[in-house]
Design a protein around this ligand. Structure first.
Ligand code: FSO
Ligand code: SF4
Length: 517
């Protein structure tokens, strides 16, 4: 096997043994490569314009399936590859061979690096497009870019053209995140600031993980008046901010912290866990009979809730497990008892005038975006240490699962505005971008001239497409950690540093000094 698509890749060079650091086995990695090779052939077969909505859906599913911590199941991966072959033959009677991914992994390191940025970027974007599609929103520019990018991975070898496509991936992903933002807010309303308890009330409950708000809504509907409470986990936390989701009284609070702690946090849990997307980790014996998957998530021998979205087995399991006998007080990573979410673009920008006058009065001197994915590496304590060191006259925007390192900290308020503002899931980077652009407009300057610093943590491929979006917007001086991606070659890194001053994190003390100095 060879895989180097995520931050925890072995030795920061690549997983190439019998099993990857994430638990993905060598044969699964090979089947995932074959799936991507089949998608490239499908994109080639569709070049004459013969693709249909079914083809588009297979492209999204195929890319999403190969994201880190989504699918560990050889059977469903092979089934999907077979469906892709059938579709390729259906839309074009000419013969199109699958692309051999070994060609890519063995290519010149700069070409491999540029194509990896495109491939991993469109994997992340496919997840966002899939969620938007579940709510009935598609965008032809976003859809057709998947085909264009896949074809280029199979055949383009001009580094300049590939670099252009890397930035185009970021640009199209901005449209895709806007599409998902519109889908979520049209369906469930604009998020409002909401304090979320971390205490688990006694009685039956279900823990819902992942990003899919549509699945969350369906489960809330199906648990109405059933005496079963619902708790969010990891990236599902922002669900609490959406008016049409928070209206369900059984949506009680949040369970646990970032995805990487699930094996300890789910140990002997008296409740089922539903994974709607990544990040699922290899399931331990002490809770394996209580884990359910749906949508693209797949794991051998777990019960999968199919497209009919009948969550009865999950609800029955919750009743059977019974939950805790007494309310169970839990805390966040810093000992806090609640966390707050719901500061998406609408909520923050409705306070824009106040924020602008606080800046003018010198009471807010700097904005930080400290966010992105979490992960197991001990060096990720950088982000909590960094947040603690930020001066009291600064505001911190946060998003994605990396927020759990800071979201229960009490960093106080500035004139009633909490110093930590949770914009939402990773795709809600769109909100952070909207906020930054609005501030730049108010101060009549460019985003790079604002007293704003982005301090990002990355883990999997959604973070890749978000980083590309930020670069495509010309945002400079981004601090990135905990390590730089293994798939970025020295030559490509030099270009990114030269063009965008992309900066690897050092220590919180040094970085803060450099930023504010
Ligand atoms: Fe995290 Fe996992 Fe949202 Fe990712 S739960 S790591 S970037 O899937 O997608 O932030
Ligand atoms: Fe290794 Fe990450 Fe690939 Fe898993 S997804 S095999 S940890 S590089």
């Amino acid at each position: 096997m060879f895989c180097f698509q995520c931050q925890q890749t072995a030795h920061n060079t690549g997983c190439d043994g019998k099993v990857g650091v994430c638990g993905k086995k060598a044969d699964t990695a090979v089947y995932q490569d074959e799936l991507i090779g089949a998608l490239i052939a499908l994109a080639n077969a569709a070049e004459n314009g013969s693709s249909t909505e079914k083809t588009d859906m297979l492209i999204l599913k195929g890319l999403f399936t190969t994201i880190t911590n989504v699918n560990f199941n050889n059977v469903t991966i092979k089934q999907l590859t077979e469906e892709i072959h059938i579709e390729r033959n259906r839309i074009n009677s000419q013969k199109f061979d699958d692309y051999d991914m070994k060609k890519l992994w063995n290519d010149h390191e700069d070409i491999r690096s540029l194509k990896s940025l495109i491939l991993f970027g469109i994997k992340g974007m496919a997840a966002y497009a899939y969620h938007a599609q579940a709510l009935g929103k598609t965008d032809s520019e976003v859809t057709s870019f998947f085909y264009k990018a896949l074809r280029a991975i199979g055949s383009e070898n001009d580094p300049e053209k590939l670099l252009g496509l890397v930035l185009e991936t970021g640009n199209v992903n901005l449209k895709c995140m806007a599409l998902l933002d519109a889908a979520n807010t049209d369906a469930y309303g604009d998020p409002v600031p909401t304090e979320v308890p971390l205490t688990i009330e006694k009685g039956p409950f279900i823990v819902v993980s992942g990003h899919d708000l549509h699945d969350m809504k369906l489960l809330l509907e199906q648990t109405k008046d059933k005496g079963v409470n619902i708790y969010t986990h990891s990236e599902m936390l922002p669900a609490h901010g959406y008016p049409k989701l928070k209206a369900y009284p059984q949506l009680k609070g949040n369970f646990g912290t970032g995805w990487q702690n699930q094996q300890t946090e789910f140990h002997n849990i008296p409740a089922p866990i539903l994974f709607t997307t990544n990040c699922i980790m290899p399931v331990r014996q002490s809770y394996c009979d209580r884990v359910f998957t749906t949508s693209i998530v797949s794991y051998p021998e777990l019960v999968h809730i199919g497209d009919d979205k009948d969550f009865t087995p999950v609800i029955e399991k919750a009743i059977e497990c019974g939950g805790y006998d007494e309310d169970r007080e839990m805390t966040g990573m810093n000992g806090g008892h609640t966390v707050t979410t719901g500061f998406a673009h609408n909520a923050v920008l409705s306070n824009a005038e106040k924020i602008i006058s606080l800046v003018k009065e010198g009471r807010i001197k700097h904005f930080f975006l400290i966010g992105g994915c979490d992960g197991a590496s001990p060096s990720r304590s950088y982000y909590s240490d960094f947040a603690r060191l930020t001066p009291p006259d600064s505001l911190i925007l946060t998003l994605a699962c990396g927020k759990y390192r800071i979201n229960d900290m009490d960093l106080g308020t500035i004139d009633g505005i909490p110093r930590i503002l949770d914009c939402g899931q990773c795709n809600d980077a769109y909100s952070a971008i909207k906020i930054a652009l609005a501030l730049a407009e108010a101060f009549d300057c460019g985003v790079n001239d604002l007293p704003l610093t982005l301090v990002l943590s990355w883990y999997e491929q959604k973070a890749v497409c978000i980083l590309l979006t930020l670069l495509s917007l010309g945002i400079k001086n981004i601090y990135l950690g905990p390590t730089l991606p293994a798939f970025v070659s020295k030559g490509v890194l030099d270009v990114l540093v030269d063009k965008f001053q992309l900066t690897p994190i050092s220590t919180p003390e040094e970085d803060i000094k450099r930023i504010l100095g």
